[in-house]
Design a protein around this ligand. Structure first.
Ligand code: UGA
Length: 431
């Protein structure tokens, strides 16, 4: 099928590339000229395992092209994906101006029947507005089109796998014609395809992300009870998670959820509910537990070190989670900012996110290319992201390099008994 994807951020680039991979002709569009120029030269703007190779393969085989020309994409495609960002406004509501702009452009160039798919995360009722905007701006009122809500569930770091092996595909649509075409489009990916009304599809996205965030805040709150009572959160999470109704995934206690999705989507869902006349108190608590969790961790660091001033402290892991270079809402940011305010000497290491970190963190930080180099003479090691290489690190080497064997682990990657045996002063979460 001929497809165009408007917006080449995480969702757009991965969606476009994956749809090309299963045999479609895909035009990816972005108004950022530098990004498109880079993509044309094979330079991928984000770190996502497997994406470089897949983009290159599909470009070489002629199924994937990049352009800044929205007209080229709209005219030549039957299916148009809207994948532009919907950033949070200062009051927590989503800014939908990029979506509106794209809808206007589609209306300007539409020449025959099209399916316009909203894949960006948007508040319920957005598809209605998109339809209205196109109807208002379309010149030839006889041209038919359908607007569909098809939320995306990929995770950063496993985006290709998630897209190629979806648990479910949600299509919110009220046209049989569009539903049949999309059924055919998605068939090669497998996964359960569910057809819903448009508003349900929009709510499924916010409700899913909010539920997962709630699971994380719940386990983080339980971790506090574990700390106060002497229980072990890992054992508690295992005992809970083996109940299949609860499930083991997303029960890792830590320093809270970050990234570009959960914080934004939880606060947007609170706002959406408020506007519809419901006070979603439960989600307000999810947010406040999350904010408190990182503050609690900072207090742990201060309590363990007593005086932070002039101490050399190493932070391993800067990105909001492993296998990504994304620094948006990374818990490492408030931790590092607080330690710098307290005049610590910060040495940091992350396998891939140093460059992006430099854009958002204060200047007086020393970045290292090797995790052990970052540790030399350090008085404390703080783990802020659970990268695999940290889990596999040589504990004896860590101890020998540091001037004090203090490890404050925000992701529970080491076994407290082993750490004790090796002579570390080891603090983690909920145990
Ligand atoms: C999330 C959802 O998982 C995706 O399904 C969704 O498509 C995406 O948002 C989106 O809306 O675009 P993502 O933000 O990439 O994906 O990352 P997750 O793997 O969900 O992790 C989110 C945060 O939760 C991370 O900060 C992670 O460290 C934290 N987390 C996750 C925990 O603290 N504990 C856990 O047990 C799991």
């Amino acid at each position: 099928m001929n497809i165009c994807v408007i917006g080449t951020g995480y969702v757009g680039l991965v969606t476009g590339t994956s749809l090309a991979e299963i045999g479609n002709s895909v035009i990816c569009i972005d108004n950022d000229e530098k990004k498109i120029k880079d993509l044309k030269n094979g330079k991928i703007p984000i770190y996502e395992p497997g994406l470089d190779e897949m983009v290159k393969k599909n470009v070489d085989e002629g199924r994937l092209v990049f352009t800044t020309e929205i007209k080229e994409g709209v005219v030549n495609s039957q299916i148009i994906f809207i994948c532009v960002s919907t950033p949070p406004r200062s009051d927590g509501r989503a800014d939908l101006s990029f979506v509106e702009n794209v809808a206007r452009s589609i209306a300007k160039h539409i020449n025959e029947y099209k399916i316009i798919i909203d894949k960006s995360t948007v508040p319920v009722e957005t598809s209605e507005k998109v339809e209205e905007t196109i109807k208002r701006n379309i010149k030839d009122k006889t041209i038919d089109f359908d607007v569909v809500s098809n939320p995306e569930f990929l995770r950063e770091g496993t985006a290709i796998y998630d897209t190629m092996h979806p648990d479910r595909i949600v299509i919110g649509v009220n046209s049989k014609k569009a539903a049949d075409i999309l059924d055919k489009l998605y068939k090669p990916l497998g996964g359960e395809l569910i057809i819903t009304n448009i508003k349900s599809a929009e709510i499924i996205k916010h409700a899913s992300n909010s539920f997962l965030a709630m699971k994380i805040s719940f386990i983080n709150a339980v971790s506090r009870i574990c700390e106060l009572s002497g229980a072990n959160i890992k054992e508690v999470a295992l005992g809970m998670g083996l109940d299949q109704r609860i499930g083991r995934r997303f029960l890792n206690a830590g320093i809270g959820y970050g990234g570009s999705c959960f914080p934004k989507d939880v606060s947007a869902f609170i706002k959406i509910s408020e506007e519809l006349g419901y006070d979603f108190n439960l989600l307000k608590s999810v947010e406040s537990v999350n904010k408190d969790q990182v503050q609690h961790f900072i207090k742990k660091i201060e309590k363990t070190l007593w005086i932070v001033k002039d101490k050399k402290i190493t932070v391993w892991g800067l990105a909001f989670k492993p296998d990504t270079d994304d620094m948006r809402n990374a818990p490492s940011i408030p931790i590092i900012e607080t330690l710098l305010k307290d005049c610590a000497k910060l040495h940091v290491y992350d396998p891939v996110s140093s460059e992006k970190a430099k854009e958002v963190l204060p200047d007086n930080i020393t970045y290292h290319d090797n995790m052990y180099d970052a540790l030399k003479g350090s008085e404390a090691l703080i783990i802020a992201t659970e990268w695999d290489e940290f889990k596999k690190a040589d504990l004896d080497k860590i101890k020998n390099l540091m001037s004090q064997p203090i490890v404050i682990d925000g992701r529970n990657i080491y076994d407290p008994l082993i750490m004790k045996e090796k002579g570390f002063i080891y603090t983690s979460i909920g145990r």
